[in-house]
Design a protein around this ligand. Sequence first.
Ligand code: BMA
Length: 820
Amino acid sequence: MPQTRDLGGSWELRADGALPEQARSLAGVAVPAVVPGCVHVDLLNDGRLPDPFRDDNEKAVAWVGRTDWRYTREVAWTGDPHERIDLVFDGLDTVAAVELGGDALGATRNMHRGYRYDVTALNDGVARPLTVRFTSAYTEAEQVRDLLGARANAYPEPFNFIRKMACGFGWDWGPTLVTAGIWRPARLEAWSVARLASVRPLGTWSGGEGRLDLTVEAERLHDTHLTVRVLLDGREVARGELPPGDSRWVIGTTVAGVRPWAPIGYGEPTLYDLTVELSAGDVLLDRWRRRTGFRGVTIDRGPDAAGSRFVIGINGEPVLVKGVNWIPDDIFPSRMTRERYRRRLREAADAGVNLIRVWGGGIYEDRAFYEAADELGLMVWQDFLFACACYPEEEPLYSEVLAEARENVARLAPHPSLITWCGNNENLWLRGAMRWNQAEGGDLTWGERYYLETLPRVVAELDPSRPYQAGSPWSGSWEHPPNDTGHGTFHSWEVWNREDYADYRDSAPRFVAEFGWQAPPAWTTLRDAVSDDPMLPDSPGVLHHQKAEDGNGKLARGLAPHFGAPVGTEAWHYLTQLNQVRAIRTGVEHWRSHWPHTGGTILWQLNDLWPVTSWAAIDGAGRYKPLYFELKSLYAPRGLTVQPRAGGLVVAVLNDSPEPWSGRLAVRRRTAAGEPRAAWAARVDVPARRVSTVEIPAHVTALGDGELLVAELDAARALWFGVRDKDFAYPAAGLTVTADPAPGGLDVRIQAAGLARDVLLQADRIHPEAVADRGFLTLLPGESATVRVRGPFEPDPALLKAPWVITDLASVLRLGLAVR
Ligand code: BMA
């Protein structure tokens, strides 16, 4: 068996070459460094950088990305002698020269690949210096740009000229922090005779049967006879021979007695241990192990009377996609841990999410990400790493793209959660929509060949088990504009950028792969990030943590028709978070009511990678914005929503459960004070996985001033106010709050005398680590609810009396003040 020695842990970091003024103190200094890691994190840990997340320190540390760096340590082989010793890097960020004992081993220019070098000389046991020199990513990207010609992109940075995480160069939710470093594990691997160079299992499911297609590639040093054994949960399912000269073994076999992997809400995410062993005679040479599963994936893109569908099917069943977009969870991705991946994905699953789209401006994530998704039953849509730009198709980029695609398609093949590969984010669309074809370099290559030829070929060759999409959005061909509501995937950005959120209802796209609405992060997250005093929506630090073009203007214009102009930062914070929730609710309920015409929604965006005003549901400090809790009801299997249709109102009964939903649907018109005005009821029978729309009679929907509709079916409820918030005369909520100490915190009971709309308990205002189990909640007169608050604080009910800990809409609208 191969022996390995981890090269993680302490290294030394030095600046190479010229240093800017701020960095003079680094001249000749060896900074303690950690692998895996990156320069920024090492400098931060050594107290040599101000926190780039605070105020506008981001600007003060910009020199780090423009500097060259050198990582060094000694290495020696301390294991048994072997015929071969390899030095393996799972990831180098990005432009690196690797040297051992002063000899060059190789040069790299792609963060998204791994590298392996023959260092068999280490068999002598003598220690040698290992050096990895990093050239600034800017130097490389600017050289490639000069060589191939400038091309348009969405941000003024050269991210499209280098194979490196694009959003590290800054995005409309992210800082510009251009990293360098040994960002993934490094090790020595010693082996003899032969090793498993690649194992690519494709587990599929159809006709009630599992199937395993497996390709094994060996790297061999001798022409000996090799055998391969394949075990599933310890039981041998296949065995093969690699005669001398042969190093590739391919099998396809049905696997009896297995159950399929299914996403959340559609069955169990069943996984199996897959083991592949390589032997020579009785000697076991290498062993590979993963959890894998069997499932069939289709995307129904067929034509129909309305255009072209986009319905994802798993194991033969159409699946309503309730998705979120994922960006790297840390601007320094080497800081991610298995626990953090697991926690974030568990949070998505807890919110009812069944699909995560790994967005093309980030990275092919760590194995831990896909393993967590496998176990949770979260489907993963993986973009190839191209976003919002024209990308050159010439060398030196073309071969890098090809190598990176081949490596990652093979690497991620075992994961049943990964259900589709997508060519890019928005590049097919924006070239025309942003007129990049008419801008500088508009006549040069721009990436089309990757999306329409290279990448689909790689997927067809290495992984035919997963449907490929050319891009997001994409209408299926050039016959229709890429972002066409009638065909394929759609990104809904006009509404946030220029319109009122009610306009989400103006179309029913076939699949909404992006849509979002901004809001600031949790109060404490913002307060910790900026030292502005006073802290205002437009004070310098707050504005620095708003990266979207005219972001605050869009927030204000989105707010005005619904809530007017807020008084004070606290009211702005409360109302913009509420407006985010209102907007997303409007979109998702409308689109869900059109299932299966609309095949699903993928919210932009689940997470953040620093403290910022953004479209995220979970902020950069990991705190939940109220939107996070709202997702739980929007993405619940069952729900009700009142929708305007053809001059009247309907109740859409949303049933994404495997059972029919039958019962008595009751709709009442009542005053805000609770007095009944009209009532109507009907029996509904909604088949499994279907939506029924039921018209509400006009005499019920004839809302007078201060009246609302309440629709109910079993435990589900929908409210309809008919007018915009600022035109509804909300009475005082009349809240009575009582709190009981509970294990780990407080149980807070909120009782409403009147209509209490959008009561919010902001747990982070009690203690930075306190968490509540609900976001906005609305109570009808006389109702009560309990909010569980947990965290490391003294469970003193008096804490709830601090300003803005508990707030409701009527109080904010009337007074711009907290209730208590
Ligand atoms: C889409 C995404 C991102 C961007 C978001 C918000 O374009 O693909 O590039 O951050 O919208 O503008």
